[in-house]
Design a protein around this ligand. Sequence first.
Ligand code: XUL
Ligand code: CO
Length: 441
Amino acid sequence: MGEFFKGIGKIPYEGKNSANPLAFKYYNPEEVVGGKTMREQLKFALSWWHTMGGDGTDMFGVGTADKTWGQTDPSARAKAKVDAAFEIMDKLSIDYFCFHDRDLSPEYGSLSETNAKLDEVTDYIAEKMKADPTKKCLWGTAKCFDHPRYMHGAGTSPSADVFAFAAAQIKKAIDATVKLGGNGYVFWGGREGYETLLNTDMGLELDNMARLMRLAVDYARSIGYTGDFYVEPKPKEPTKHQYDFDTATVLGFLRKYGLDKDFKMNIEANHATLAQHTFQHELRVARVNGAFGSIDANQGDTLLGWDTDQFPTNVYETALCMYEVLKAGGFTNGGLNFDAKARRGSFTPEDIFHSYIAGMDSFALGLKIADRMISDGRIDKFVEDRYSSWTTGIGKDIIDGRATMADLEKYALSKGEVTASLGSGRQEMLEAVMNNIMFSL
Ligand code: XUL
Ligand code: CO
């Protein structure tokens, strides 16, 4: 195996005063922040689809970056991708990778041939992981959205044959994830939605999506998989309306079908903003519902209405994200997967490194700021004080279930007007506190 990125060595941490573009300014893997090393807190992952396969092709033009890895034969290319991916992870000190089955190995003539070829690639990855045990699989998934057979959905297809095919594909993707020691398996419903209700039996489609998820969980558990299952919410794109619209919608779905104990969320920043939420909102909804799992780290463009999957560089957002992660107790099986791609104009091999360095440094800064937000205590103290009426008196009686409607009426009648019990929300003051913490680092 040759070296793919000959001019680029292992990316060093040089600190914030370094002007070397191929050095980390903030990501120092062994530095302890919030009781763990940055490496343990951030659990960065490489996304196989964007980094190893995405060549910049878009609706208006062909690719600009060469992602052939020097091979024309699909099978040879799949293995070269593995070599290149391990070189990238090694040089960037990234410990994890995430994959769709078809990013590892494409479809061939029949499902059995496709599966056999996938086995060859996962065998090869397993060998590389054995040689370097620091490299791990964060999660796997099945690409049940790109082939024409999935034009009307996979689990939500009107065709039972397509449902069966998707189940077979997911079974194999679960096998691959388990074989590679993955601790996560993702369901992102790429075409699990509709274009028009005039042709759609929504009730049946939702029931079937739940059936597929139940079958997948039961199968995985039966072969000894103990990791997490995640749903990755997204409101639209490619379909006009996706059933996994946002975290709240997914939680309702999971609870209806008794799947809520089996699934957590994989929250993606750009999906949150497409659903008209902030990234922090989606993380908070997952956290307060005990469903926080993993993160697809990227960012959208506020002026565009689609999934641009940009590398995250907005430190305000990464700080608020890491605040939620730390408040959730940190990652367990999850991590930060860069579901992000360099812009079409950033087409050189070095741009892969510049992109990851930018994203990793932004999250390292976000982690440091979030840790400071917590140790500083001003924000948390403000929130605690704001809700202090719930810790004594009538508030405590309500929380403890002691107050009846009649008691509350009696209390309200005796109190008279209650507007004076309210204090200012102090939003501007808190935003200034956040800036003060950010820039005191
Ligand atoms: C698409 C997307 C996917 C999932 C995995 O918007 O985010 O790449 O992360 O299928
Ligand atoms: Co994603």
